[in-house]
Design a protein around this ligand. Structure first.
Ligand SMILES: [Zn+2]
Length: 70
């Protein structure tokens, strides 16, 4: 099943169960997508997806170790 077809199916299901869906509690994580604009992966930690968090971490370590001089 393609992604679009799956979205369509979910959309149909939601329409048929609108009362139930509207009664669902709010989720505690308002930002579930990676902070990187071009990236639409789910947040893993610190507002970033696993890949971008790893990248941020290596940048942070490099900056810390290099004293930010370069
Ligand atoms: Zn990302």
């Amino acid at each position: 099943m393609s992604k679009a077809a799956e979205d369509q199916t979910v959309g149909d299901w939601v329409q048929q169960h609108l009362d139930e869906v509207c009664g669902w509690p709010a989720l505690s994580t308002p930002e579930r997508k990676c902070l990187v604009e071009a990236c639409d992966r789910d947040v893993f930690s610190a507002g970033l997806c696993a890949t971008h968090r790893l990248r941020a971490r290596s940048r942070m370590l490099r900056e810390r170790d290099g004293g930010g001089s370069k």
